[in-house]
Design a protein around this ligand. Sequence first.
Ligand SMILES: *[C@@H]1O[C@H](CO)[C@@H](O)[C@H](O)[C@H]1NC(C)=O
Ligand SMILES: *[C@@H]1O[C@H](CO)[C@@H](O)[C@H](O)[C@H]1NC(C)=O
Ligand SMILES: *[C@@H]1O[C@H](CO)[C@@H](O)[C@H](O)[C@H]1NC(C)=O
Length: 221
Amino acid sequence: MGASAMHPPALQHVYLCLQFLLLCLQAQGENQSSPNFNQHVREHARNSDQLSRRHIRVYQLYSRTSGKHVQILGKRINATAEDGSKYAKLLVETDTFDSRVRIRGAETGHYICMNRRGKLVGKLVGKGKDCIFTEILLENNYTALRNTKYDGWYMAFTRKGQPRKATKTRQNQREVHFMKRLFKGEPLFPNRNRQRHFEFINYPVTKRTRRTRLPKRRHRT
Ligand SMILES: *[C@@H]1O[C@H](CO)[C@@H](O)[C@H](O)[C@H]1NC(C)=O
Ligand SMILES: *[C@@H]1O[C@H](CO)[C@@H](O)[C@H](O)[C@H]1NC(C)=O
Ligand SMILES: *[C@@H]1O[C@H](CO)[C@@H](O)[C@H](O)[C@H]1NC(C)=O
């Protein structure tokens, strides 16, 4: 059966379908109260976001293998810092909607970057994709940080806290697992709403979101 076999009734059908689609699209466009946010995020996450103001969070990264915190000592980086060490205080800048971040040491001002051999290095200028990581929340609730330039290469540390060559890293290895911890003594983030927004993206089922959603479903009896 070829396309030439199409009869007028069939054409009319196609025409009606198109009209219906058009109406749907129009209705969607008109409904300003419910933009398709997920789609929006997906589209924008592909590129670096140069327009929005950068959000900066302050936290420490606790390494699952070393049991200590990531510290930035200028060009050198390792994961042997105690909780609250000034070198473990990280300023984490969001790069896009999509939990891509630049991580800078508060004390030294160096960014955590990855060189082409998979080595972690501290750099003062962190504009390149080698200094951007995607935060991935794993099923075990640890966070992995995948480099944006070298896709598939993760930030990783050995048990002794030495950086592990990223060329050999996989998401399921303990060496790439981290826990984000507030910096000791740091007040909660300057803007609580931003923090909540961030948590919503990364932790879809938190106790907090559950608690805030429940009352909406409850009806008066
Ligand atoms: C607009 O979105 C709201 C909230 O999702 C929904 O209740 C409403 O039915 C929508 N209106 C139209 C015209 O689609
Ligand atoms: C991860 O965290 C969620 C929310 O706190 C919890 O429900 C879940 O059991 C945790 N998963 C693991 C493997 O610990
Ligand atoms: C980590 O850096 C500190 C400070 O420079 C140093 O004393 C320590 O030996 C380093 N540890 C490792 C495992 O590289």
